[in-house]
Design a protein. Sequence first.
Length: 460
Amino acid sequence: MVTKMKSRPLRNRRRLPHLVASLVVATVTSAVLATTAWNYSTIPGCPAGTEPAVDVAAAASATTLAPPVDMASLRCKLRMPPILQTASGTGVSIRKSTAVDKPEWIELCQALGPAAPYPICGVDCACNPGCGGRCGWESARQIAWQAYAQGEYVGHARTAHVPEYRLRVDDVLDLVYRRTRQETATPYRLNVGDEVQVESFTDPALNRVLILQPDGTITLRLLGQVKATGRTVPELREHLDKLYEKYYKVPAITVTPLKVNSKLEDLIATVDSRYGATGGLNRAARITPEGTISLPVLGSVFSQGLTLGELRAELNARYAEEIEGVEVIPVLVERAPRYVYVLGEVAIPGRYELTGPTTATMAIAMAGSWNVGAYLKHIVVFRRGDDWRLMATVIDLHNALFGKQPCPPGEIWIDDSDVIIVPKSPILAADDFIDLVFTRGIYGVFPVSTTLQFSKLSTL
């Protein structure tokens, strides 16, 4: 009992310098923070006239801190007194820059909550673009990693995959046709298939309903074949009046259009799918290998490389030259498949479809990961350019796949029809050489066997 009573004061004496040092640091830190003027208006990216959503003094001395940090201020930096070297809490990171030209700063990290109670330290590969992708784990710091907590898988909108999507071969379009029903700027001219009624107040025997024939004419009593297509209704009436003046002093001819826009009606009937599986006035079209689509009235229309807006303008301009009163809206229904080919030392080599943005490590993961003995320092990627020329590059993913490099330069984006080859390591290649030349080669042709009899050795 006496020994135990003496050991406690001894341990307390050993801890006393540490406690005193911690108390002194906390006191000095609080005093400096209390007497230092913080310039919030010069903080890059912070709203003018606002302050950070954390208590800086509490962050410098507290061992646990979970402040409600405003997510809009995550990247705001606060200038700090030179006396502070390093201090950290769970919601803020305070450190002094070692570079002479960089000021000291406090960086706000992430909002913490019950679903994400712990801060995440990591490396932001976009923070130091000058490092060339060689930032190591020593650059790790607290970053905004899980702003949406349990909603991370759906929370981020991210930027668009491409600024504008341009059509390519095998894209499937749904072309929606719509009657505009807008007043035309020019008078309507009769077309083949239109139906008109010709009447005469002088001689009712001339009255009849006529359909414009494929040759563009109508047949009238006393006159026979009369050209009608390309004329407006008033022009046709005046023309018939002049022709009938040979037979009547006052023909008093009246032309009434009964059915017009026959071209439009024919087009609508062609694309009418209201009683089909899709419904509506639409037509499906797939871009052919020559880059065109085939449409009624227009025929082949070049579409490859155009955006949907450009294709819409092109189609409507062409239809306006042929038929008035119709608008076409192209809708992308199905994108042409994109593939990546992964070969070599992977579990399941083959062709894999690219359904979203894909990197080199994602492609290797789709192929079932790499095999033991893969030479990850020399992965070859073949690519075809826009003019189908062959290009190639070599990437190194060894340190990244083994968790030694957070920002590998070899983590490149994969393009359509890329070929990724994961070669064998030199040791595995030498083993295959020995197996091919000796095991299955020389020894296969000239088998050599050795027998050791232990019974004879025992008599020696």
